[in-house]
Design a protein around this ligand. Sequence first.
Ligand code: ADP
Ligand code: X15
Length: 399
Amino acid sequence: MGFQTLDDLTVAGRAVGVRVDINSPLGENAELADDARLRAHVDTLSELLERGGRVAILAHQGRPGGDAFEGLASHATRLDELLDAPVDFTDTTFSTAAREAIDDLPNGQAILLENTRFYSEEYMEFEPQRAARTHLVGRLAPHLDAFVNDAFAAAHRSQPSLVGFAHALPSYAGRIMEREIEVLGNVQSTPTPRAYVIGGAKIPDSMTIIRHSLDQGLADEILTTGLVANVFLLAAGHDLGDGSADVVYERGHWEQIDRAADLLESYPEKIHLPTDVAIERQNRRVEIGVEDLPPAGDEAVMDIGTDTVETYSDILATVGTTILNGPAGVFEESTFETGTRKLFDVVSDSGFSIVGGGDTSAAVRRFDITGFDHISTGGGAALRMLTGEPLPAIEALEA
Ligand SMILES: Nc1ncnc2c1ncn2[C@@H]1O[C@H](COP(=O)(O)OP(=O)(O)O)[C@@H](O)[C@H]1O
Ligand SMILES: O=C(OP(=O)(O)O)[C@H](O)COP(=O)(O)O
């Protein structure tokens, strides 16, 4: 690995800035609605605190102008509950008060600084050298001895707190970052044959993953589900009816049908399409074979069908590794959760299994499926990694 880890860091008595990604869904009163990302960072934070570090935690929440753009006070309260050591909070990020609070931190104690994105520069993207000259990094770095980046889920952003500290201070990957890079960055070393189960609604990203994994010889089988499968069915000449076509069109993915058609032409044996699908008819789930498409009126394809789950399960029983991204259907609606629940269950039992994607992880939690070997904390970051694109925050650690 081209970067240093916590194993290389002398911690006791030193002020360590730790960038985490605890960007989380919030409830109606801006309270935390899901603490999964906070729990994921417990290993890194506990280790630094137990080793006597003075830990200043940096994080963002939401995007300027968005509903989830809130302060981090409730995140601090939850971290304080999750960790054995005290976690304080300061409602500024790099003011004199925040810097004094860092200077005054006793060994083995932490402070969470306010949402980094409350400061305009943090929502801009810079080269690391330039990011190191932003006010946030410039004012905090002199109060820190080292920087740990554990925010894998934000590693595709080259924002100051993610790439600037790495230029200004000795830098280390946290335990999440280390594990994500080890697994997602080494897909080529996992047991073969490999299946990629690709669903969900991020069609351009999915097409890029499929193209990359086939061209690089990483994937032996591509099992399409979700809206991705709908685009492939359209590319294969099926008429999905106005309901599904409208969804693809409204989301601006019409041109992706050509990419799907090219992939089908290049890899006809490796790309699998659903043989049956579930549609909504009079508020009920009805499964039909793809030969019986299109459905009537504006009925839309909302899930894969039972035969498809069985066929895909037979393929998954023969592979060494499965990489899963994207729900198989509109899993948020109980009528259409079946494909996702059953297929995810099969994947969790098959060979070595890697799961990436925000909604995908939410589905895993919702259906309480255990047994996956790696569930990525990242959505967009995991996708970038699976498409083979470099991630700026990881590159900054390696520089
Ligand atoms: N057939 C379908 N039609 C419309 N939306 C779908 C379909 N299948 C899955 N989806 C939607 O895809 C979304 C998740 O996709 P995506 O955001 O790409 O996943 P992830 O965040 O895991 O990468 C869910 O909201 C789900 O309802
Ligand atoms: O939640 C995140 O990414 P994700 O939505 O891809 O899982 C990260 O915190 C990055 O947030 P951003 O996409 O607002 O930069």
